[in-house]
Ligand binder design. Sequence first.
Ligand SMILES: [Zn+2]
Length: 119
Amino acid sequence: MTATQEQMEERRRQVAVFDGDVDRARSGYFVGEGWHAILDDLVRDFAEIEGLGFLSAHEKFGSLRVSYLYPGDRTDEVEGIVKHAADRALVLCWYCGQPGRLKQERWWRVRCDKHWSAE
Ligand SMILES: [Zn+2]
């Protein structure tokens, strides 16, 4: 690894949340408030697995995407937690967390009826 890559890795380890501290994790939630409860649960689930650190969450094509650090071998379990969160996000409004639908209107998003009509 080059010095720069090592510095980037070190930086990622510093910002990653390993202990379920959702207040700290929230600075990495780049999604609407409607999805924050889903991510809080994910961050707490992550804390159950040794060495697993939450980095950030984004929306892509309407779906929840999660970045994390994990050097261990329980990858299936980690992917299971991420998939569970992404499945929940597909049916909850990005803005308010009420039941919503994934639809394409210019681009893919998940919104409840109220927030679909508001956009
Ligand atoms: Zn809504």
